[in-house]
Design a protein around this ligand. Structure first.
Ligand code: GRF
Length: 216
């Protein structure tokens, strides 16, 4: 299968980036990371990229206060320079604008540590615990103009245990993130995702099963 060129946008530690690098390394993801871009100069993600000889670029947000569009023009230029086909947001802490979305229509993905549409936004593992839901998890979705609102590609469900803390729950969710993000990218790379309205249909896959989850 052809290797799809991805651009990964990050702001921090980059464990999802690392999982993508590792999955490419073991051959379970046919992609090439063309560039990693961070808005934070000291993001550990940039170190991870450099260690693997991946182009690592810091695009400072200084001077772009209130000018998100203009910042995104710089991002788009950088992504296009590296011939990026799919943009992967992995802990990128900025809201992206139509400037970027229009340059990559239906070609921007994000991962979120909750079962959307429940708990969009920040600090969502804490919010899920406080609400008392029995299940949380993570969601890979295409990015649209809203906050964590785009069409859902894959979700993984993580049960919430009585003795969970924000940290323990976050860690179990993160483990699933590391699996499903690469899986979603692989489906995209294989041309297997079809967006119909809000739904993302997976073509050429297994037939639907009627299994379900109950907790406890
Ligand atoms: C993850 O929890 C992801 O779901 C969220 O930001 C976090 C990034 O973590 N969007 P990392 O930088 O990939 O370790």
């Amino acid at each position: 299968m052809k290797k799809i060129k991805i651009g990964v946008l990050v702001s921090g530690r980059g464990s999802n980036l690392q999982a993508i690098i590792d999955n490419i390394g073991i051959g379970s993801l046919s992609a090439e990371i063309a560039v990693v871009i961070s808005d934070q100069a000291d993001a550990y993600s940039l170190e991870r990229a450099k260690k693997h000889n991946i182009s690592a670029v810091h695009v400072s947000a200084k001077g772009y206060k209130g000018k998100r569009d203009e910042y995104d023009v710089v991002l788009v230029k950088e992504l296009q320079k590296h011939n990026v086909e799919l943009v992967v947001l992995a802990g990128f802490m900025r809201i992206i604008t139509p400037t970027l979305l229009n340059a990559f229509p239906n070609r921007v993905m994000n991962i979120h540590p909750a079962l959307l549409p429940s708990f969009p936004g920040l600090h969502v593992q804490k919010a899920a615990l406080e609400h008392g839901v029995r299940f949380s998890g993570c969601t890979v979705h295409f990015v649209d103009g809203g906050m964590d609102t785009g069409p859902i590609i894959i979700q993984a469900v993580v049960p919430i245990l009585d003795n969970d803390t924000e940290d323990s729950l976050s860690a179990r969710i993160l483990k699933q993130e590391h699996t499903i993000y690469s899986r979603a990218i692989q489906l995209y790379a294989g041309g297997r995702l079809r967006i119909e309205g809000r739904r993302v249909l997976i073509t050429g896959g297994k037939t639907a099963s009627d299994e379900y989850l109950i907790n406890p």
